[in-house]
Design a protein around this ligand. Sequence first.
Ligand code: AP5
Ligand code: ZN
Length: 213
Amino acid sequence: RRLILIGPPGSGKGTQSPIIKDEYCLCHLATGDMLRAAVAAKTPLGLRAKEAMDKGELVSDDLVVGIIDEAMKKPSCQKGFILDGFPRTVIQAEKLDQMLEKQGTKIDKVLNFAIDDAILEERITGRWIHPSSGRSYHSKFAPPKVPGIDDVTGEPLIHREDDTPAVLKSRLEAFHKQTEPVINYYTKKGIVSNLHAEKTPEEIREEIAKALK
Ligand code: AP5
Ligand code: ZN
């Protein structure tokens, strides 16, 4: 299976990804996680991406397409993958189609995490992440056993630098302007399933299971 998860910041893509990944044995490719790792490691790519990310703007298409092209070559991604946070522009979607065409494959399903903007600020400002695994928590909706500590490794959790109300505003603008057209792009191909992303994680998980039947 080759899946795309699309939705605004805080809609639950990163929360559902590990569940889908384990259930269907897919590889999880999250451009946001990969970019944050590059920023933390201060690689040339990270240095180029940081400015846009800090402002809540999209990083250039060439840069993220390059990352995905490289990542999809991994042997573990040959049987199928979940793309989380990519493609985010119509140009990225077209480039992805070209890449897959070369391999004789295509996207099977796009899961659209549909949700009202008003719900997202509370989700974003309460989020904690475990940086090396990408695991996320929420101070109210999904608290770790010990505040500020990862359940699995016991390591400290952090807040993402772009998880502020001001940066969220630009991330939402980028979503509506540049990423919503991507949903239309795949709707025309008839492969979009719309989820009720305001529901609980368990309910969304069931909706995903139905969509992937
Ligand atoms: P990225 O990391 O992709 O961020 P995003 O799209 O803004 O999405 P988030 O990670 O904020 O949301 P999510 O849907 O994963 O939410 P989560 O499940 O964690 O991108 C960051 C930046 O990188 C971009 O701004 C851009 O600069 C750059 N970038 C990345 N990809 C790019 C691309 N393709 N092109 C160009 N630039 C790119 O949930 C959020 C919180 O809510 C958590 O605390 C969680 O516990 C809680 N929660 C989750 N589900 C529920 C629920 N059902 N009920 C209650 N709480 C819930
Ligand atoms: Zn995410």
